[in-house]
Design a protein around this ligand. Sequence first.
Ligand SMILES: [Zn+2]
Length: 252
Amino acid sequence: MITIRPIPAFTDNYIWYLQQDREHWVVDPGDAKPVIQSLGDARLSGILLTHHHFDHTGGVKALKAKYDCEVYGPGSIEGVTTPLTDGDRFSLMGRDWTVLAVPGHTLDHIALVLDGQDGRHLFCGDTLFAGGCGRLFEGTPEQMHDSLSRLASLPRDTKVYCAHEYTLANLAFAKAAEPRNPALDERIEEARAARAKDHPTLPSTIGEELQTNPFLRTQSAEIRSQSAAQGANPEGSAVEIFATLRHWKDTF
Ligand SMILES: [Zn+2]
């Protein structure tokens, strides 16, 4: 069985650490130091990358130099040994993985789906967050909306491993966007309790996100009326509502 745990980095990043027997992989190592500390005497087998931002790739050079390990990720990133593109499938740690292109936060962004013995696990970088989504640095609202829709169509019990602990701030925005969603109140309580104990709020599940993440809920009547107060046409397309929400969140 593959175990998955977060290695905290910088102020709010998580580097996901996957281990099975003598195989050790990390996802999005923005910093080499905490990875080396977590590995102890073990040797890093490889690195998986979701997109080019420095807080996800800053540790690649040092880790590659120290462990001479493989690097899977978008081909645009320096140091990648196995370039990945949409629809690619590969085997790692004895399990099948699938690559989904999810442009929006960046144009090179990919998400990785691990078909584990205990269900699916989604490593989605800065595209889908617990209760939110990434900022649009390079892509259009339409691209990001399409990307999130792809992720939202994964089975509901898929576990979601995003790359930042932004959950409480995201849920505060979600509450403003959809004040009368009861599932949201429950989730806020759970997230507060986890953070009070300094526990991560992750992974979440696609099911939880569908119930509480405003960026996946553009059909909600309440979100549409709240978006109208921000200038959207309440009868507008899902992309239009999404764009309004994203813009509103940028200054929330
Ligand atoms: Zn990023």
